[in-house]
Write a protein that binds this ligand. Structure first.
Ligand code: SF4
Length: 306
């Protein structure tokens, strides 16, 4: 499969069948904490970057096959999925073919565009990000393309929350010394009160970031900030301790497909692919020169060897 990956045990969504809409790192942001790597095509231009018919054919193949039970389909991308003009068609197809809920992970930057809000209407959960409500920190963290405006992002999210019938979970990723000051949190509090998402999900850096200065907050710091934000706020830094569901054995190809999207620890891989043991396989992949190890915050992460 070229576009479908997983299922992975997602900390937020349960057993999630991923659908990656983009062929490369195409995004209108180049976030300092990005786990995928540097943006190669920094653009606001919507296009059919990969043929929607091929993605739909893979979905049909999966649904026709004896596949493991999954909780949800999650549309994501090696970049920003709302840049793909087939988004609405793909969501509509999923809703027509399956009763499973559909989630979309997005940086939220294009929600000010009516066609993007319309294309997302049939989804069940949309998870946009807002890391800063002040211009300086927004530019420092998300390093957006020139065509992106913070004011448009906030007003687009507000409009979307009003129009959308499903759930909007607003993710805020906090970085030490960049968007965790009282002024930053006050600005975020005001923006969130305006946007009115169903809930806020607080996050921090947990994997090797694009820039080494993108440093995480401690758990108690996140807890303290969670008390200052309005509405329902949860901290999502670790995998939720969900009841595991058996989805069988994983192969080297499954592990590589997962690691191509982001570096993971041995326990991330075990949790996501629902494996009792994976270390011997990882060791073999290191010996075979397929993977490399890197250290971050005292943990060992695995990445595909380039
Ligand atoms: S974290 Fe998301 S929004 Fe930011 S650069 Fe990476 S893919 Fe784009």
């Amino acid at each position: 499969m070229k576009y479908l990956f997983g299922p992975v045990n997602s900390r937020r969504l349960g057993l999630s069948q991923g659908i990656d809409l983009l062929p490369a790192k195409i995004c209108d942001f180049n976030c300092i904490y990005c786990e995928i790597g540097s943006t190669t095509n920094l653009t606001c231009e919507r296009q059919e970057y990969t043929p929607s018919s091929e993605i739909i054919a893979e979905i049909n193949l999966l649904l026709a096959d004896q596949h493991p039970p999954i909780d949800i389909f999650t549309i994501t991308a090696s970049g920003e999925p709302t840049l793909h003009t087939g988004l609405g068609r793909i969501i509509a197809h999923l809703k027509q073919k399956t009763a499973k809920p559909v989630a979309v992970l997005t940086n939220g930057s294009l929600l000010y565009r009516q066609e993007v809000r319309r294309e997302l209407q049939e989804a069940d959960i949309v998870i946009p990000s807002l890391d800063a409500a002040l211009e300086k920190s927004f530019r420092k963290i998300n390093r957006p393309a020139e065509c992106v405006s913070l004011a448009d992002i906030i007003s687009g999210m507000k409009l979307f929350c009003k129009e959308f019938n499903g759930q909007v979970w607003l993710e805020i990723l906090l970085l030490k010394g960049i968007n965790d000051s009282p002024e930053e949190i006050a600005a975020l509090r005001k923006a969130v009160a305006d946007i009115q998402p169903n809930k806020i999900q607080l996050n921090t850096v947990a994997r090797p970031p694009l820039e080494s200065y993108a440093a995480p907050l401690k758990e108690n710091e996140l807890k303290e900030i969670s008390r200052q934000l309005p509405g329902s706020v949860e901290i999502i830094v670790d995998f939720a301790k969900r009841k595991r569901k058996n989805c069988g054995n994983a192969t080297e190809a499954d592990i590589l497909a997962m690691l191509r999207r982001r570096p993971c620890t041995e326990s991330d891989i075990r949790e996501a692919l629902n494996l009792a043991r994976v270390q011997p396989l990882l060791d073999r992949m290191i010996t075979e020169n397929v993977l490399t190890r890197t250290m971050h915050s005292g943990k060992t992460f695995y990445e595909p060897k380039l």
